[in-house]
Write a protein that binds this ligand. Structure first.
Ligand code: TYD
Length: 206
C-alpha cells in the first residue's frame, strides 16, 4: 500500500451500532473548530458501486461472496481515485467511515481469506490512524434496533457480527487504536480526541 503524501487519513472501523458515525461527525466538528481542513466521507460510498452494495443489504444472497467482495473493491477504487487520493494530495485531513479493515472483517467473516483480502487492497492508501470502536455485538444490535428504529440488515445478524467482532479483535496493524465504545457519546469523544492528537501534531508540524 502507498502512504498518504501530505494529508492525513483517519478511518473509523468496528461492528455496526458502535456509534462510529456519530463520533466521526463530532471529530469533524472539533477539528474544523481548530481551523483544520477536514473532509468527511464513507464507504460504501454514494457512487454507483456503493448504491449497488446498499441494495445488497436487503438481499445478501443475490450475489456470491466473490462478487460481493468485487463490489466493495470497485467502490473503494473509485473512492481512492476520485476523492481520497486527490484530497490527501491536497493536504487535507480525511475522516472515512469504514475502510479496508471492514472488508477484512466482514468479507473475512463471510468466509474469504483475510490475507488475500488485504493483498487485494494494495491500491488503497494506508491510513495514518484506524480508530477501532469496540462494543459487544449485542450492544451493537440493540443500538440499531432501539435508537435507530431499524431492523438489522443482512450484514447485521448477531452470529455474523460476532464473527466480524472476532476478526476486528485479532487485527494488529500498527496504525490501529482501539476505542471503548460502551461509554457515553461525550466520554467516547474524549477518547477519540486523545487518540487522534499525535496524528494532528504530526500534521501541524509538516
Ligand atoms: P454502514 O457503515 O453500516 O453503512 P450505513 O450506515 O450507510 O448502512 O456499512 C454498511 C455495511 O457494509 C456494514 O454492515 C458493513 C458492510 N461492509 C462490508 O461488508 N465490507 C466493506 O468493505 C465495507 C466498507 C462495509
Amino acid at each position: 500500500m502507498i502512504t498518504s503524501p501530505s494529508g492525513k487519513l483517519i478511518v473509523f472501523e468496528g461492528i455496526d451500532g458502535t456509534g462510529k458515525t456519530t463520533q466521526l461527525s463530532l471529530l469533524a466538528r472539533a477539528l474544523s473548530d481548530r481551523g483544520l481542513p477536514v473532509v468527511s466521507t464513507r464507504e460504501p460510498t454514494d457512487g454507483k458501486y456503493g448504491k449497488k452494495i446498499r441494495e445488497l443489504y436487503r438481499n445478501r444472497g443475490s450475489v456470491n461472496l466473490q462478487e460481493e467482495l468485487e463490489l466493495f473493491l470497485a467502490d473503494r477504487r473509485e473512492h481512492v481515485r476520485e476523492l481520497l487520493g486527490p484530497t490527501l494530495q491536497a493536504g487535507k485531513i480525511v475522516l472515512c467511515d469504514r475502510y479496508v479493515l471492514s472488508t477484512v472483517a466482514y468479507q473475512g467473516a463471510a468466509g474469504l481469506d483475510r490475507d488475500e483480502i488485504m493483498a487485494q487492497n494494495s491500491f488503497a492508501p494506508i491510513p495514518d490512524l484506524a480508530l477501532l470502536f469496540q462494543a459487544s455485538p449485542e450492544t451493537g444490535i440493540a443500538r440499531i434496533t432501539g435508537k435507530r428504529g431499524e431492523s438489522p440488515n443482512d450484514f447485521e445478524q448477531v452470529e455474523t457480527l460476532t464473527r466480524v467482532a472476532e476478526i476486528f479483535a485479532s487485527l494488529d496493524q500498527p496504525y490501529i487504536r482501539r476505542i471503548d465504545a460502551t461509554g457515553t457519546i461525550a466520554t467516547i469523544h474524549e477518547s477519540v480526541i486523545s487518540a487522534v492528537e499525535h496524528v494532528i501534531k504530526q500534521y501541524q508540524s509538516r
